[in-house]
Design a protein around this ligand. Structure first.
Ligand code: NAP
Length: 291
């Protein structure tokens, strides 16, 4: 399979280099600016194209590694060249193949979303760490299993998902990466209120965050859970709520803790967490009188 790339950015360079280094025929690059295509071609030992028609002609599969908002526009532009028999791929985590490549069946091409679940931060170094990364693949039935076999043969891991699960998949990725930032930021702000500088707060939290994350990844979040919610210590949780600013931060604490109660209940089915849960879900005076 000969692979061409449109968009010579971080993901385009990383995939092209990774493929080329493992003996895959990478035809080369077309990009918005010819200089980028030339740079990527030199990096991967492939060709720079100043005309997408020639790249399409010489490739079996085309990766549209352009920003998400440009994928459909670029695809629409490519339709004039004739795409029959080609496989079009994009790497967005948020969009399905069908959404990105509308009416692709009319072109005779097939469409795939091939999302690396991996932070690609560098054009010229990320390929070194890509081996073993997960790719979430979705799209036309015609070549779905071919893509799985192809990627797995390159020591990448593949999960095929149905198109209607793509948004849920993306939400899951955002929760693990982006939403986690909100929790750490809230923690840092509370430490700043205790007199820590921002830098010192990050330094102080580092061992806690690192070892917790390591444990979560080793045994799963439910078994990694410790702390007042897990201990059913409603008194401490109540004190926490009293000092956390009302509004976003308190809502975050309540919602995350309610999720923790669900997890703790599954871990300790003999324990009765209902008073703690009622308190977390309550209003301004959330705790039952017995607390
Ligand atoms: N970075 C990540 O961590 C990551 C992870 C998973 C998936 N993805 C996905 O991978 C895709 C690419 O992201 P990226 O991080 O590689 O972006 P990027 O580094 O910003 O690169 C995008 C490239 O697209 C080119 N481009 C923009 N408009 C174009 C057009 N109209 N025609 C041709 N080329 C065009 C740009 O070209 P010039 O250089 O010529 O201006 C740029 O090099 C996105 O769908 C993204 O969601 C990214």
């Amino acid at each position: 399979m000969k692979i061409g790339l449109i968009g010579a950015g971080k993901v385009g360079c990383t995939l092209g280099k990774y493929f080329a280094e493992r003996g895959i025929e990478v035809t080369g690059y077309y990009s918005r600016t010819f200089a980028s295509a030339q740079e990527a071609a030199a990096f991967t030992g492939t060709k720079a194209y100043d005309d997408p028609a020639a790249l399409i002609e010489e490739s079996d599969a085309l990766f549209l590694t352009v920003p998400d908002r440009m994928i459909t526009t670029v695809y629409e532009g490519l339709r004039q060249y004739g795409l029959a028999g080609k496989m079009l791929c994009h790497c967005s985590g948020a969009m399905t193949a069908r959404e990105a490549f509308p009416a692709i069946e009319q072109t005779g091409a097939s469409g795939y979303s091939i999302h690396p679940l991996f932070p690609v931060s560098s054009k010229d170094e990320s390929y070194l760490e890509l081996e073993g990364a997960f790719f979430c693949v979705e799209g036309d039935d015609a070549h779905l299993s071919q893509w799985k076999t192809f990627l797995e043969s390159l020591h990448l891991r593949v999960q095929i998902i149905p198109g209607d699960a793509k948004v849920r998949y993306h939400a899951a990725c955002a929760i693990a990466s982006n939403l986690y930032c909100a929790l750490v930021q809230t923690s840092v702000e509370l430490l700043e209120e205790c007199g820590f500088t921002h830098a010192l707060a990050l330094e102080a939290l580092a061992p806690l965050v690192r070892s917790n994350l390591q444990r979560i990844l080793q045994v799963g979040p439910q078994d990694a859970l410790t702390g007042p919610v897990e201990r059913n210590d409603a008194g401490t949780v109540k004190k926490h709520l009293a000092c956390i600013p009302e509004g976003t931060e308190q809502a975050l604490y309540r919602a995350a803790s309610a999720k923790l109660v669900e997890m703790a209940s599954r871990r300790h089915p003999e324990e009765d967490y209902s008073a703690l849960m009622d308190g977390l879900k309550g209003g301004t005076d959330p705790w039952p009188k017995t607390q």
